[in-house]
Design a protein around this ligand. Structure first.
Ligand code: ZN
Length: 246
């Protein structure tokens, strides 16, 4: 791997500084890093970009395959009375924490039931521990970049998924970008599948302080893992701070 490829793969440059992405760091502690994941990248990208356009009020032509997911999203948005006060700054917002040397992109910062928080959109199967680290890093970086009166107080995971259900045994079939998985039900049933239906799960995460500490610890491990490359990145915040100290 060349240094340029390393920089491109794991981070981006903001205001002349190169910083690793939050997700590059949390990937190191995710289960998928060890056992592989069912989550489909293409599927996630399609749902994310459609939702971004819905929120910004832009025109789009949605792929019919993801329509149930988008319906679930709209239903969630209406039921929770979701408000986005500053669409240009609070949708797909790039944030960074220069002091701790990392950056990331937040799906949205929204007001939900009177609270203001970071919402991270997921299209995979179920909740994962790494989401706590990711969103703690986003919330911290977001608040560092905005005035106190705009601070977010919390973070949520919005998981949007869709499945077909067997009319006989209630097994669920999930199909994404050609990959198929059947969950629950009876294995001897001759499944009769329904039309795909969307579902939205919305979960507030607690323990920001300890999650952020864990994220920063994960970042130390990530830095150690990539130490030979990082030493060569001239505009990596830590390299600059250390030079000043010497
Ligand atoms: Zn069945």
């Amino acid at each position: 791997m060349t240094l340029e490829y390393f920089k491109h793969k794991y981070g981006y440059e903001i205001e002349g500084m190169w910083m690793p992405r939050v997700t590059a760091i949390t990937a190191l502690v995710s289960r998928s890093f060890f056992i592989g994941s069912f989550a489909s990248v293409d599927w996630g990208v399609a749902v994310h970009s459609a939702i971004e356009k819905i929120l910004k009020g832009e025109k789009y032509i949605a792929d019919q395959k993801i329509a149930p997911s988008l319906q679930a999203f709209e239903k969630w948005r209406k039921a929770q009375g979701v408000k986005i006060t500053n669409p240009t700054g609070d949708i797909e917002a790039k944030v960074y924490d220069f002091e701790n040397g990392y950056a990331g992109t937040i799906d949205m910062v929204a007001e939900v039931q009177g609270k203001r928080g970071v919402v991270d959109l997921k299209t995979g199967n179920g909740m994962r521990d790494e989401y706590s680290l990711q969103t703690a890093a986003y919330l911290n970086a977001y608040n560092k970049g905005v005035q106190k009166k705009f601070h977010a107080d919390t973070r949520w995971i919005l998981r949007i998924d869709q499945y077909e259900e067997c009319k006989g045994c209630l097994a669920k079939k999930k199909e994404k970008s050609g990959k198929e998985r059947v969950l629950g039900g009876n294995s001897w049933c001759n499944h009769q599948w329904s039309h795909p239906v969307g579902e939205a799960e919305f979960l507030e995460l607690e323990g920001q302080k300890e999650d952020l500490e864990a994220f920063l610890a994960a970042k130390e491990v990530w830095e150690w893992y990539h130490r030979s490359f990082l030493r060569k990145v001239a505009n990596y915040p830590k390299n600059i701070t250390q030079k000043v100290l010497i």
